[in-house]
Ligand binder design. Structure first.
Ligand code: TRP
Length: 333
């Protein structure tokens, strides 16, 4: 029997190349090796955006469309929406009872989120009870399916530690070995920076979306920063100091392409504008099949809806099995 993994993403809307290279590509590989549950964490979105729900539904759909376009196969992996599994809310209650208050308060990921909220909205902005429960809810997501692995980025590892702590504590208190201690499966990926050299992010407006058109992509790539010391196009360039454009070549190009770019740049045979025009074309070529698939799903919303409903139904059946055992273990009526 295959081991089981669970992972989720908050519904941030259309995903960018950072999500693709850092997360989705991994999931698409892992789905063949593990029994996989991938979900949109819409309750987690509410922990900070409870008052900005106008786009929540569409954002959820957009995330799923990007997954499907990128090769997450609903016939292999189970794709679902967190809030369609009410069992998660019930398990969350049980787990919140056994989680000491100071465990959530010392969660470093949560501390970072609070810091961000305070810088964005002022130091007297409220941290809700729900946000404080973020790590417990995340533990619930994982334990709901009794997963043994959780594919995540390094930034989420502290959360998985708390999940392991809660698992041990539950097993201890109720004298059981029912829950597995889930391990993080670290994403092996190429970290892609944004067009300005900072972390790629929607809110920094330095991203390229999976869903962007070829024209938009080509135009956005032209704004990527290059070797700043280079004034004229026949000046010898320094690929290793070309913080964005050359890095992208290394991610998307094959070895001979990268070698050619390096060599021509260093000899002053390749201007930055031409170089980025070629780069844009290369990225467009790579994403053409994904974008085509994306357009298909966009044009068939019924099919996407069906996939979400079916996946959530399947996930719910599994969640119900776990929950009935948990109720029994605790001794509920
Ligand atoms: N916290 C994760 C993030 O921000 C999203 C998430 C919620 C998650 N629940 C999860 C990831 C369970 C893995 C497993 O990216």
């Amino acid at each position: 029997m295959k081991e089981r993994i669970v992972s989720g993403m908050r519904p941030t809307g259309k995903l960018h190349l950072g999500h693709y290279l850092g997360v989705i590509q991994n999931w698409a590989e892992l789905q063949h090796k593990y029994e996989s549950f991938f979900f949109v964490a819409d309750w987690h979105a509410l922990t900070t955006k409870y008052d900005k729900t106008e786009t929540l539904k569409q954002d959820t759909i957009d995330v799923v469309i990007d997954w499907l376009a990128s090769g997450i196969d609903p016939n292999i992996a189970t794709i679902y929406v967190q809030s369609l599994i009410p069992e998660i809310a019930e398990l969350n209650i049980y787990l919140s009872m056994v989680t000491p208050q100071n465990w959530v308060e010392r969660d470093p990921c949560l501390k970072d989120m609070v810091k961000i909220i305070h810088t964005k909205e002022g130091t007297n902005s409220q941290v809700s009870y729900g946000l404080l429960g973020y790590p417990v809810l995340m533990s619930t997501d994982i334990m709901m399916f009794n997963a043994t692995g959780v594919p995540v980025g390094i930034d989420q590892v502290a959360h998985i530690e708390i999940t392991r702590d809660i698992t041990r504590r539950f097993n201890n208190i109720y004298k059981t070995d029912f829950f597995n201690e889930a391990k993080p499966i670290l994403n092996h990926c190429s970290l892609i920076c944004g067009l300005d050299g900072n972390k790629m992010g929607k809110s920094f407006q330095n991203d390229i979306k999976i869903s962007d058109t070829e024209e938009v992509t080509a135009k956005r790539i032209m704004s990527a920063i290059t070797d700043r010391s280079r004034m004229r196009k026949d000046d010898p360039g320094h690929p290793d100091e070309c913080q964005v454009a050359f890095k992208y070549w290394e991610i998307f190009g094959d070895k001979s392409q990268v070698d050619t770019v390096r060599c021509e740049c260093e000899k002053g045979l390749r201007g930055c504008a031409d170089c980025k025009r070629q780069l844009g074309a290369l990225i467009n070529e790579k994403f053409a099949p994904i974008r085509e698939k994306r357009r298909y799903y966009e044009a068939h919303p019924q099919e996407v809806e069906e996939i979400i409903r079916e996946g959530s139904k399947k996930a719910r059946t599994e969640a119900q099995k776990v929950l009935s055992q948990v109720r029994e273990i605790i001794g509920m009526y």
